[in-house]
Each structure stands twice: as structure tokens, then as C-alpha cells.
Design a protein around this ligand. Structure first.
Ligand code: ADP
Ligand code: MG
Length: 236
């Protein structure tokens, strides 16, 4: 398994007749680390859902390496190597941690679960606990680990740090950085915590009302506080 590139051109999509995304162009090289930023309601989750095949696409193309994802349904996109960790941390509350992980194995052997425990040792300690007994941070580790067991070549993480304590955020961001460094997956991160996004990403895209309002390197954005304030600041 090796990381896949993503090339989106002219993407317009939404829910039934409502257009949320308008003319999105986005290029991520294989192995890239990209953060998608923007205030609430600007279309970040809709962009991930559209790449995953869960919305209505009106126009545009989504290429993962040489595969045209728009020709595939959601399940086929997952089989082609697309992984989405949704914002709501969907886990099975009445299954154990280990049973939750097993649902992510696809046709891999059970022993592959050890990869998840190596990435998040905390999950190994909690392997026999029910999903519903986990803290928010542990649930995020579980939902992330389950997706990773499916060996995605392109991984989308939707606000993984939301509502979590700083020490857990650090552990998660370290794991994401480690995954990207493995060369096995390209990572798209949506995050409200700017420092975490800046530290993680080499490239940043900012969405505003469903369009790309700015993009450039993490360094360029950090040295441009006026743009940060205009597109991401509070009180607008
Ligand atoms: N299932 C849906 N049906 C209709 N409109 C939706 C749905 N989900 C989100 N929206 C609308 O799409 C817009 C973008 O939402 P979203 O992609 O969730 O933004 P973000 O993730 O940036 O906060 C918002 O105006 C939101 O109300
Ligand atoms: Mg969202």
C-alpha cells in the first residue's frame, strides 16, 4: 500500500438541489499532509462527504491517482483506498474495543489489529471495554484506528480534536504525523485548532462559503495574520 494523490477540478456539489460547494479545485500530492480550514458551515464536512460519495455532485471531477472516484459508489471508493473518519466519531457503543477494531479489518487477518494497538497503546489497555465506556479521546483513537486497519491510501480526518483535552490532542496529532511519515497514506485534516493544523500540514486550504478562499503553505499562512483573521478569526 502506498499513498495516493488527489486531484479535484471544478467540483460543485451539495444536498439534493442545494449547492454547498462551488467550483472547488484542489491538488494534493501522494504522501502530502494538507489541512482544510474555515469557519463553521463553510463546507469542510461537505467536501469530505463529497469525496466519499455521500452527497449530490453537480459538476467536476475527483481523481485518486488514476481512478475517477465519481464513477464509483461510496463502498467502491472505500475499497479503492479512501478512508473517512467522520466528525461524529461513529463507533459501536455496545461492542468492545477489539470488536470495534475487527469491523475495520475488511478481509485482513485478525492479527492486523496489533497495528492499531501499536499506534494507540491506550486502545490495547481498553481492548475489553465497551465502546460506550470510552472517553472522547479514546473514541477518537478507536474510530481512527478502525479506519486505518482498512489500509486507506488517502485518509480524511474531520475535526478529530474537537472537544478533547490537550494531552490527548498531542497524542492524536503525533499518531497522524507518524502515519503520514510511513508513506502509506496521504492525509487531509479538517481542524479548528490552528496550531495543530499549522504544525501538521505542509499545505493549507481555506474554504469560505463553499469556495477555496486561500491556499498556500503552512508557513505562508502563519506569516499572514491578516488573512488568518479575515478568514478564520472569531467575531465576524
Ligand atoms: N445534510 C445536509 N443537508 C442540507 N444542508 C446541509 C447538510 N449538511 C450540511 N448542510 C449545510 O451545508 C453547509 C456546509 O456545512 P458543513 O459542510 O457541515 O460545514 P463545515 O464542516 O465547514 O462546518 C451549511 O450551510 C450546512 O447547513
Ligand atoms: Mg464540519
Amino acid at each position: 500500500m502506498s499513498a495516493a494523490s488527489l486531484n479535484i477540478t471544478g467540483l460543485t456539489a451539495g444536498y439534493s438541489q442545494t449547492r454547498i460547494l462551488e467550483g472547488i479545485d484542489l491538488s494534493v500530492p501522494a504522501g502530502g499532509k494538507i489541512a482544510i480550514l474555515g469557519r463553521n458551515g463553510m463546507g469542510k464536512t461537505t467536501l469530505f462527504a463529497t469525496i466519499a460519495g455521500q452527497t449530490r455532485r453537480h459538476a467536476g471531477q475527483i481523481m485518486m491517482d488514476d481512478t475517477d472516484l465519481t464513477a464509483l459508489d461510496g463502498a467502491a471508493r472505500a475499497r479503492a483506498g479512501l478512508g473517512l473518519v467522520p466528525q461524529n466519531r461513529a463507533i459501536f457503543r455496545s461492542l468492545t474495543v477489539e470488536e470495534n477494531l475487527a469491523t475495520g479489518l475488511k478481509d485482513r487477518p485478525r492479527s492486523a489489529i496489533d497495528e492499531a494497538y501499536a499506534l494507540f497503546p491506550r486502545l490495547a489497555e481498553r481492548r475489553r471495554n465497551m465502546g460506550g465506556q470510552l472517553s472522547g479521546g479514546e473514541q477518537q483513537m478507536l474510530t481512527t484506528a478502525r479506519t486505518i486497519l482498512g489500509q486507506p491510501r488517502l485518509l480524511m480526518l474531520d475535526e478529530p480534536l474537537e472537544g478533547l483535552a490537550p494531552v490527548i490532542c498531542d497524542a492524536l496529532m503525533e499518531a497522524f504525523t507518524q502515519l503520514a511519515a510511513s508513506g502509506q497514506m496521504t492525509i487531509l485534516l479538517v481542524e479548528q485548532r490552528l496550531k495543530a493544523a499549522f504544525d501538521f500540514a505542509d499545505h493549507i486550504v481555506i474554504l469560505e462559503r463553499g469556495q477555496v478562499a486561500w491556499q498556500g503553505t503552512s508557513d505562508a499562512l502563519q506569516s499572514d495574520p491578516a488573512t488568518v483573521e479575515r478568514l478564520l478569526g472569531v467575531g465576524h
